[in-house]
Design a protein around this ligand. Structure first.
Ligand code: M6R
Length: 610
């Protein structure tokens, strides 16, 4: 996904911009560029490909100057190319713009500007913004940007420079994240905090419809209509080191190994001292409101959606409230039945996923209360939701989500227990048993991680296959779906997840000699049924690896080719363990195939467009 960084100060800006862009690489991109005020005026250097390509170009033709903007682009309008890369400019080359998001009415604006004589060289919506600002300019860049923005529809974060007012850097946020970094005699903009963290820990987080005018010594905040606003400075107390690999070969592996800590941190302070109940004190929803909830919608994308599938089982079994799951990109278009008695839970690691944010707004428009489960404090989802359960997984850099997913499961367990306590739907002994099980999970994950080498070998053999299947029943099916996504995402091996009992209704036709099938067998009440399904695929030649609860590993071992046992836990808690071997399998398969594990092709960490 696109990244923005900007600098205004006394230092040479080129390296600050490049370093800032490097910190945003994890978001995914296909081209990069910078614009700097040099002695010759506003100069732009940009190119398709990795930042290293741009760096090489700049070695030959550096851009010297102390004010600049930079961008990493993830193509939406127009293919990745030098011309489509940002920053963009207008025909006078006096204005320059970097932009994240999408301008929905850019074609109408483009036609109008073309009729006035503007000539466009790229396919992008962003180029239209630079022309529009130039067209609106009559001596005041702030007002020109305000007039331009008033004519744009869509989602955007902008950094704007003009040669006519080189002492100013203008930043705008409208439904796409942007922060302002406050320095000493210098100031910054960034689409994400890591872009500027090396230089300052004091930031303003812009809200939708807000803008900032930066000079070396001041930051003026206002609405896009021009009304002055004031904001509290947000002090970032986390470190860049936490976002580094800490000795692991890849961020993904590091993040897999961070899961015991992520579980502990997410539970910290939320379980009562006597270990008998869970109280999510951060929730502002009253007990009366909880008692009035008659249905829950869980809405999310990708891996977060899969966490929500487990969340459904957790809430239904613990709190006995009916739950529906929705993919966020579908939610508002299916005209869901939402009432004030519907609790809508949105799940998002980044808290910036456009579809999830849109679902949140749709739910609130219809009078529902929204509870967010997110990993990013201060994210859009966190700020707009009525209640937030933060997953304390720490920054997740690898595109493939691991510790964020499993921490989302912990959040659902805590929520289920909180609701059950208020609703009185579980016996005290059952609650205690669950909490004891929850507390044991971090250590159990550590035990699984000690066996990682076994999975490396299995992954290497899987990596030779073109297609494979994940099967399971109940919550095992939910975990199977996450395992399948993870494998596809980073190894590019085709896989499908199936409810084990559903195979014989069509998909069984695809099972032939040697096809790998990964079967999840953790549910006591379902394991005999799953075993029958395993026999169905075995009879057709499948090579079966079972991920099984150690309680019945002996029985399962008789029916499969390989088995990976996870420590015994309560059935509802097993996803928090069973997912770990699947993450490791995907990681090692990707590694065996020589792929870029942390930055898989075609994907971005944070999907801030619809
Ligand atoms: O930041 P979010 O949790 O809202 O992101 C949702 C999905 O884009 C994300 O989970 C995606 O599926 C991951 N890359 C999967 O590993």
């Amino acid at each position: 996904m696109c990244g923005i960084v900007g600098y205004i100060g006394k230092r040479d800006s080129q390296d600050i911009l490049l370093e800032g862009l490097k910190k945003l690489e994890y978001r995914g991109y296909d081209s990069a560029g910078i614009a700097v005020f040099t002695k010759e005026g506003l100069q732009i250097s940009k190119s398709k490909g990795r930042l290293a390509v741009l760096e090489d170009k700049l070695k030959g033709e550096p851009l010297a100057g102390s004010v600049g903007i930079g961008h990493t682009r993830w193509a939406t309008h127009g293919k990745p190319s030098d011309l489509n890369s940002h920053p963009h400019t207008d025909n006078s080359a006096k204005f320059s713009v970097v932009h994240n998001g999408i301008v929905e009415n850019y074609l109408d604006l483009k036609d109008e500007l073309a009729a006035k004589g503007h000539v466009f060289v790229s396919e992008t919506d962003t180029e239209v913004i630079s022309h529009l600002v130039a067209d609106e300019y009559d001596g005041n860049i702030v007002e020109a940007v305000q007039r331009a923005v008033a004519r744009m529809r869509g989602a955007f974060a902008l950094g704007v420079l003009t040669e006519f007012e080189p002492e100013k850097l203008v930043a705008v946020r409208f439904a796409s994240p942007l922060v302002i970094g406050i320095g000493d005699g210098e100031n910054f903009i960034g689409s994400d905090i890591p872009a500027i963290l090396e230089h300052t820990r004091n930031v303003y987080i812009l809200n939708d419809g807000e803008m900032a005018v930066l000079t070396c010594n001041a930051v003026e905040l206002m609405t896009i209509e021009g009304a002055t606003i004031s904001k509290e400075i947000f002090h970032v107390d986390w470190d860049l080191v936490t976002a580094e690999k800490a000795g692991f070969d890849h961020f993904m592996l590091k993040e897999i190994y961070e899961q015991p800590k992520a579980y502990r941190d997410t539970m910290l302070g939320r379980v009562s001292d006597d270990g008998k109940s869970v109280d999510l004190k951060e929730l502002s929803m009253s007990d009366e409101y909880i008692k009035s909830i008659n249905r829950v919608h869980i809405v999310a994308c990708g891996t977060a959606y899969h966490a929500g599938l487990v969340g459904k089982s957790v809430i239904e079994s613990l709190a006995r409230i009916s739950v529906e799951n929705d993919v966020a990109s579908e939610y508002r278009y299916r005209s869901p039945i939402i009432t004030p008695q519907t609790l809508v839970i949105v799940v998002s690691q980044s808290g910036e996923t456009a579809d999830t944010l849109a679902a949140l707004r749709e739910a609130q428009r219809n009078g529902a209360r929204v509870l967010a489960i997110t990993n990013v404090v201060g994210s859009s989802v966190a700020r707009e939701a009525d209640d937030v359960i933060t997953t304390w997984a720490g920054p997740e850099i690898a595109v493939a989500s691991t510790k964020a997913y499993s921490s989302q499961l912990i959040a659902f367990y805590l929520l289920g227990l909180h609701l059950a306590r208020v609703l009185g739907t579980q016996e005290p002994a059952a609650m205690e048993e669950l909490i004891t099980g929850l507390n044991a999970l971090p250590e159990q994950v550590e035990k699984i991680l000690e066996q990682a080498v076994v999975l490396k070998q299995v992954a290497e053999s899987i990596s030779h296959h073109r297609s494979l299947f994940f099967i399971g029943r109940g919550v095992d099916y939910a975990v199977a779906q996450e395992g399948s996504l993870k494998l596809k995402e980073i190894s590019y091996i085709h896989s499908e997840a199936y409810a084990a009992g559903e195979l014989k209704h069509g998909t069984l036709a695809l099972i032939e000699e040697g096809v790998p099938v990964i079967a999840l067998v953790t549910q006591e009440t379902l394991y005999e049924k799953t075993l029958s399904n395993i026999k169905e695929v075995k009879a057709r030649g499948a090579h079966v690896l079972a991920v099984a609860n150690s309680g019945f590993e002996g029985e399962v071992a008789k029916s499969v080719d390989e088995i990976f046992a996870i420590p015994k836990t309560l059935p509802i808690l097993s996803p928090a363990l069973a997912v770990i071997p699947l993450q490791l399998l995907s990681y090692y398969a990707s590694l065996a195939l020589g792929h870029d594990v942390d930055k898989p092709r075609n994907l971005a960490k944070s999907v801030t467009v619809e």
